[in-house]
Design a binder for this molecule. Structure first.
Ligand SMILES: Cc1cc2nc3c(=O)[nH]c(=O)nc-3n(C[C@H](O)[C@H](O)[C@H](O)COP(=O)(O)OP(=O)(O)OC[C@H]3O[C@@H](n4cnc5c(N)ncnc54)[C@H](O)[C@@H]3O)c2cc1C
Length: 291
C-alpha cells in the first residue's frame, strides 16, 4: 500500500527542523530511520501531512564518550551501537540489545532515539536502556532540556515530547567496574519483536551485589523496573534461595497483555525465565571484569 500524500523537507540543522516543527505542529512528523514510521504510513496508521527528514543533520550523527557518559546523537543507528568498541568494552547490555533488534537491514537504518520516541511496548531499546542510567535530550522552541528515560516514556507509544520538540541525543552513564549487564529476549521468529525481554545490570562489591537494576520489556504498556526484586538483591551475596525469591518478584512486577504472542500466564512465566538468564549472563560478565 502507498502512504497518503505528504510534503517532504530535508533540513540541514536542528534549528531548521525546529522551525518546521513549530510551523506545522501536530501535522508534521520527524523521519529518522523510517523503520517504524514508514510501515505505519504505508498501512495508513499514520498520515502526517509534513515529513521532516533529519538524516542530513550532521550534528545528530555519531556516538562518543563525554566524561562519564556515552552520548548517542539522534541519528545513531542500531548498527553503530553494535560496532562501537566503547559499547563493547563498557556496556555489553547495549551490545546485546543492538544485536537482538530486528534484522541487519533494519539495524542499518533504525535509530536508538527513534525507538525511544516511538515507545513501542515491545521495543528493545526502551526496555534495555531502562536498566541503565539513561537520559534523553529534547530540543524545542524554548531551548534544550534533558529528562530521564523513565520520565520520557509515559505510556504505550506515548512520550513527553511536545509536537514542536525533537530528540537530539540519548546518553547513558558508563557503569563503574566491576560490573556487568545483559539483555535477553524471547522472540517467536528471528528478527521479530519480543514476546518478552529482560535487562539486568549488576555492579559488584567483592562477592556482593553493590547495585542491581532489572528492566522488563513487552511485559506491560511500557518498560517496567522490577524494583522489589532489585531491593531484595541489593547489597547481598546472591544465594539460590534469594535468586528464587527475586524471580518471583520479577514475575509479580510483570503486567503483560494477552495477544498473538502468548497468554498472560505464559508471558509472566517467561519473565522469570529470562530474568534468570539475564542475571546469570550479567553476573558472569561482572565476575570476568573483577578478576
Ligand atoms: C521488519 C522490522 C522488524 C523490526 N523489529 C524490531 C525489533 O525486533 N525490536 C525493536 O525494538 N524494533 C523493531 N523494529 C522497529 C525498528 O527497530 C525501528 O528502527 C525503530 O523502532 C524506530 O527507529 P527509526 O529511526 O526507524 O524511527 P522512525 O521510524 O523514523 O520514527 C519512529 C517514530 O519516532 C519519531 N522520531 C524519530 N526520531 C525522532 C527524533 N529524533 N525526535 C523526535 N521524534 C523522533 C518519528 O516521528 C516517529 O513517530 C522493526 C522494524 C521493522 C521494519
Amino acid at each position: 500500500m502507498y502512504p497518503a500524500a505528504f510534503e517532504y523537507f530535508s533540513p540541514r540543522t536542528v534549528d531548521e527542523a525546529l522551525e518546521l516543527l513549530t510551523q506545522y505542529g501536530d501535522e508534521a512528523k520527524i523521519l529518522a530511520g523510517g523503520q517504524s514510521l514508514l510501515p505505519m504510513m504505508k498501512l495508513r496508521i499514520a498520515s502526517p501531512r509534513y515529513l521532516i527528514d533529519v538524516n542530513r543533520i550532521e550534528a545528530l550523527t555519531g556516538l562518543r564518550r563525554a566524561g562519564d557518559r556515552l552520548v548517542m546523537g539522534a541519528l545513531c543507528r542500531h548498527a553503530d551501537v553494535a560496532a562501537s568498541p566503547l559499547v563493547r568494552e563498557h556496556l555489553p547490555l547495549m551490545l546485546d540489545a543492538a544485536n537482538l533488534t530486528a534484522d541487519v537491514q533494519v539495524r542499518n537504518r533504525g535509530t536508538v532515539a527513534g525507538s525511544l520516541a516511538h515507545a513501542d511496548p515491545a521495543g528493545d531499546w526502551p526496555a534495555a536502556l531502562m536498566a541503565l542510567d539513561t537520559n534523553v535530550t529534547i530540543a524545542g522552541p524554548h531551548g534544550i532540556h534533558t529528562t530521564p528515560l523513565d520520565e520520557f516514556i509515559v505510556d504505550a507509544y506515548t512520550t513527553q515530547l511536545g509536537a514542536n520538540e525533537m530528540v537530539t541525543e540519548v546518553s547513558v552513564l558508563i557503569p563503574q567496574p566491576p560490573c556487568g549487564g545483559a539483555y535477553v529476549k524471547f522472540e517467536k521468529r528471528a528478527g521479530d519483536f519480543a514476546v518478552a525481554s529482560v535487562g539486568v545490570q549488576i555492579a559488584l562489591d567483592g562477592a556482593r551485589c553493590r547495585s542491581v537494576a532489572v528492566s522488563l520489556g513487552a511485559l506491560g504498556a511500557m518498560p517496567i523496573r522490577a524494583r522489589a526484586a532489585e531491593e531484595l538483591l541489593q547489597g547481598q551475596n546472591v544465594s539460590p534461595d534469594r535468586l528464587g525469591d527475586a524471580e518471583r518478584l520479577v514475575r509479580e512486577a510483570a503486567h503483560p497483555f494477552e495477544d498473538t504472542r502468548g497468554s498472560v500466564d505464559y508471558k509472566r512465566h517467561l519473565a522469570g525465565v529470562l530474568f534468570r538468564r539475564a542475571f546469570a549472563a550479567a553476573m558472569d560478565r561482572a565476575l570476568v571484569g573483577s578478576r
